[in-house]
Design a protein around this ligand. Sequence first.
Ligand code: PMP
Length: 387
Amino acid sequence: MLKPHRLVMIPGPTPVVRSIQDQMGRETIAFGDPDFIEDFKSVVRDLKELWQCSGQAFVLAGSGTLAMEMAIANISKAGDKALVCSNGFFGDRYAEICRRRGLKVDVLSAEWGSSVTPEDVKNKLSESKYDIVTVTHVETSTGVMAPIDEIGKIVQEHGALFVVDGVAASGGAEEYVDPMGIDVLISCSQKAFGVAPGLAILWASKKALEKRRSLGTILDSYMDFEKWLPVMEDPSKYWGTHPINMIWALKESLRIIKEEGIKERYARHARQAVMVDEAIASMGFSILADKNFRAPTLSVYLYPKEANVDDAKFRALVAEEGAYIASCLGDYAGKGFRMGHMGNIDKHILISAVAAIERAAMRVGIKLEPGKALGILQSGFVEESSN
Ligand code: PMP
């Protein structure tokens, strides 16, 4: 049988469009090439402008976890107090990173599927003084989006530094650094930017940069803002070798984002998330995230209980039918799947991904009306086009 093309519908990496692939496939040039230096400058400039950051944007080789660690390395010292708001697996990861760096950590946890609320944060901050508060914007283990705008205001009033993990959100869910009172926003290339894995991306507020200066020499060197600041201002300078082709790929991603319009990109993600959720739910799956906190970038769908679905078999069948989906984490492992709907995914991709899931669902014996989920998407797309 002819094997279908496999769409990458896990919550990152996401499908990488041809024009971005082409940038990664270009012949690598010297990092001192004047054209490349201009390309890098434009990437940093676009990141600052689109995310409304009057501080500094940083782009370097690494993954999201490096960015998480780099944020903490630059704005804290051992013994500082951190409040980690955890809505799941990646919130807990932030708590571990902070603890390992010697911070005194309190964790404010929400039940999986829900979010820590601004009221929770307000209460906690009224009990004790914190130097840092971290929040995961979109929690990849649950598909929950935290209300970072409201939490940011509370954290700023308290005087702590506000760190947002935007790994599963940036480029698909609204994030504005200065207006939202974010001090360090961290992200990476392989999610809503639609680039392959390999880049750590950070935005630091002026306050965060001042904090870094006040710390003097820090233990870390590759992750040091002070080492990268001159490079980000003038990429002809050297600290670590630039990931040249990846920077070109990010440049193309930012061109696509600007062409679509960042506000429209956020609106598209919001609209299409509702459509995909409705389509998948119509097959009998349930959505883990509470209605009030659903992320525009990814969802966690739980198997219909009565269908007794074998998780590994189901995901293997979806792959056979043409789409990769991810397993659930924590207590939900085996009980459902995680699916990304972020980045440069168009109507063809969404229709094909949902169709692959529908065929696999039929093959494992889930009772459904063939085509119903696709009908929901089709009607949604037509409504989108006529608005
Ligand atoms: N934070 C969140 C919210 C994530 O989803 C991930 C990765 N799935 C990370 C951090 C870690 O990023 P990476 O795997 O690129 O190190």
